[in-house]
Design a protein around this ligand. Structure first.
Ligand code: PDD
Length: 278
């Protein structure tokens, strides 16, 4: 496996970052995850836009322009022809500096990227759908930044795993925010609902995409605050993320969601997603 680190391509086993890197010391950095289907990065322009937004919000100068990022991704993908579908991870930290919370005067950002094989979900692999649990959202108030500091997300996800569930659905003050590493969607009376994309959630690249797919499929969409009761009484619950695409949630806290099987709106949006990829 070949990875990219600070301008060079090298085997993963040779990639080294100094221990004083602020990513290691403080979690001071941001990341992106882009799915690549048969050599083609999916919604790359959207991912690069979000990457720039995340960098700007934590005041790191973008180390590459769009052409540079595109070339980097293409090169990583090209070097792994054995993997038909891949998922590219990009990671930028504020760089290496003497430990001090305040920004260093002149650190150079650390840029790391890798690609891994990726098996897109199929209706067969999705089967009866996912089981999730509700977990209080104990994260900070800038969840819109795709920060590498993920302790809140990690602890929530681990709580889910230990309960035999696949994902933690997070609630802040009684309202749905998102999953530990996904966006969550509610279907009620044929309508698709999502929490507003404010500072309390990461605006997934699939957030805007789902709006588009809903429109194309004739499904009304509304972004608004969604209470925990509404989530419990949903007809369908869906989850989206780069490597999950769109999946049905059929059990919440051990109880069936709606009829407890993947529903008609899921099937429509799954089909529309496959079309969008083609
Ligand atoms: N996670 N919300 C959170 C907290 C996430 O971590 C993710 C994705 C999403 C969905 O965003 P997108 O549609 O752009 O994948 C929402 C990635 C995949 C990860 O951390 O690996």
């Amino acid at each position: 496996q070949i990875v990219y680190l600070n301008g060079s391509y090298m085997p993963l086993s040779e990639a080294r970052v100094p221990v004083l890197d602020r990513g290691f010391i403080f979690g001071d950095g941001i990341y992106e995850v882009v799915p690549v289907y048969e050599g083609h990065p999916f919604r790359l322009a959207h991912h690069l836009k979000r990457l720039k937004r995340s960098l700007a919000k934590i005041r790191i100068t973008n180390p590459l322009d769009d052409a540079g990022w595109t070339q980097l991704i293409d090169e990583l993908v090209r070097r792994h022809p054995q993997w038909p579908n891949q998922v590219v991870y990009m990671h930028i930290t504020r760089g290496v500096a003497k430990r001090d919370h305040a920004f260093p005067e002149n650190a150079t950002p650390t840029v790391f990227a890798m690609t891994n094989p990726f098996t897109p979900p199929t209706l067969e692999s999705i089967g009866e759908g996912l089981s999730v649990i509700s977990v209080p959202d104990e994260r900070w108030l800038h969840c819109d930044i795709k920060s590498i500091s993920l302790l809140g997300n990690i602890l929530a996800r681990q709580t889910a795993v230990e309960a035999g569930a696949i994902e933690a659905v997070l609630f802040r003050d009684g309202y749905l925010t998102e999953g530990a590493s996904s966006n969550i969607w509610v279907v009620k009376d044929g309508k698709l609902l999502a929490p507003p994309h404010d500072n309390l959630i990461l605006e997934g690249i699939r957030y805007e995409l789902m709006e588009e797919l809903a429109r194309r499929s004739g499904i009304p969409f509304e972004a608004r605050r969604i209470s925990q009761d509404e989530v419990r009484n949903a007809d369908e619950l869906l989850l989206t993320a780069a490597t999950k695409e769109v999946k049905p949630i059929t059990r919440l806290d051990g109880q069936p969601v709606g009829k407890g099987v993947p529903g008609p709106i899921f099937h429509k949006l799954f089909a529309a997603y496959q079309e969008a990829k083609a």
